[in-house]
Design a protein around this ligand. Structure first.
Ligand code: SF4
Length: 365
């Protein structure tokens, strides 16, 4: 049977108006000189995939909204025809350059979902991590986006800063809740090699404390009507990020742009992070043909991040074997401790299991 074509498209815009101290993404300091050649090459790469229509498009970065209005419009104009009717069209935005003009352009090109990097609501903290906006700016931008008719808005928040108390976290959560948006993504601060924080020897929160903070976040957001549907993602009114669900369901997707990754026809690939190589048309840096064993791994690494886990019948359909038959007694200890729940239909981690997800996966896979 012929494989279905991917139904999701990710597009990477690497430019940023400033570089955040914790940032581990593929990004470049905004330089007008490189933007046009980059967009030209990006469009060539996009054309090379001969994509028909997809159900979700996500333009991420970097900072897509760091582009000039003209370039930003050119990008949306190019990408929009790939989206099927009723599809999800998401754009990542930074507070400092999500102007009314950008919102107008996005409304005109049918963007359905905004993901705004708020990160912290304490101005002192924002400064410390290298962000150039304030919480007051974030409030203004979110309200302006709502006035423009965007009713599907995500805000990103980070926790686990040095010296952050539970009280500070509570303030951040209250301030984010006051933004009254339907989707919140919350990540613990990771200090990765190559980042400014890593060079500064900034210390990550220890695991035990991080778990305590995480449990607090889940509790507060649930009390306020947000469903944790993925380990770091919370939604109200079932406003899930459909594009990201493609990744968490371990489905295939096109990935376009500097440093982007994709998964097409059983092959995972990563694009080069070198702008020179990218601009010369040498897009792909690594390819991995996903073997059957690797496919099992990826499936669990992604699907167990979801609150709903996965259906055993879906596992069987994909792999031709029942989940319990495949993993046998490796599962028992986690079922006995109440970390993993397996019933006749579904496999999922419990609240307790989510806290030690990496450990469980390491032991099962
Ligand atoms: S965190 Fe976002 S805005 Fe900051 S440097 Fe990285 S990609 Fe750019």
């Amino acid at each position: 049977m012929a494989k279905l074509k991917p139904e999701s498209l990710y597009i990477h815009i690497p430019f940023c108006a400033h570089i955040c101290k914790y940032c581990d993404f593929t990004k470049l300091f905004y330089n007008e000189r490189f933007v046009k050649p980059y967009l030209n090459e990006l469009f060539k790469e996009l054309d090379s995939y001969k994509i028909n229509k997809v159900k979700t498009i996500y333009i991420g970065g970097g900072t897509p909204t760091s582009l000039s209005d003209e370039d930003f419009e050119k990008l949306l104009q190019k990408v929009k025809p790939y989206l099927c009717d009723g599809g999800e069209f998401s754009v990542e935005a930074n507070v400092e350059n999500l102007s009314k003009a950008k919102l107008d352009i996005m409304s005109r090109y049918g963007v359905t979902r905004l993901s705004i990097g708020v990160e912290s609501t304490q101005n002192r903290r924002l400064k410390e991590i290298g962000r150039s906006h304030t919480y007051e700016d974030a409030v203004k931008v979110v309200n302006e986006a709502k006035k423009h008719g965007f009713d599907s808005i995500n805000v990103d928040l980070i926790y686990g800063f040095n010296g952050q108390s539970i009280k500070d976290l509570e303030n951040d959560l209250n301030n984010v809740l006051a933004l009254d948006v339907d989707h919140i993504s919350i990540y613990s601060l990771i200090v990765s090699p190559g980042t400014v924080f890593h060079n500064m020897k900034y210390k990550e929160q220890d695991e035990e404390e991080s778990a305590k903070y995480y449990e607090y976040i889940v509790k507060i957001l649930r009390e306020h009507g947000y469903e944790r549907y993925e380990v770091s993602n919370f939604a109200r009114n079932k406003k899930y990020a459909k594009h990201n669900l493609t990744y968490w369901h371990d489905n295939e997707y096109y990935g376009i742009g500097l440093g982007a990754s994709g998964y097409i026809n059983g092959v995972r690939y990563e694009n080069t992070k070198s702008l020179d190589k990218y601009l010369s048309g040498d897009y792909i840096a690594n390819k991995e043909i996903v073997t059957k064993e690797k496919d099992f791994e990826y499936f669990l690494l992604t699907n167990l991040r979801l609150e709903s886990g996965f259906l055993r019948k879906d596992f069987k359909k994909r792999f031709g074997i029942d989940f319990t038959q495949k993993y046998g007694n490796r599962l028992d200890k986690f079922v006995d401790t109440g970390d993993l729940r397996i019933d006749e239909n579904r496999v999922k981690l419990t609240d307790q299991g989510m806290l030690i997800m990496d450990y469980i996966l390491l032991n099962i896979i």
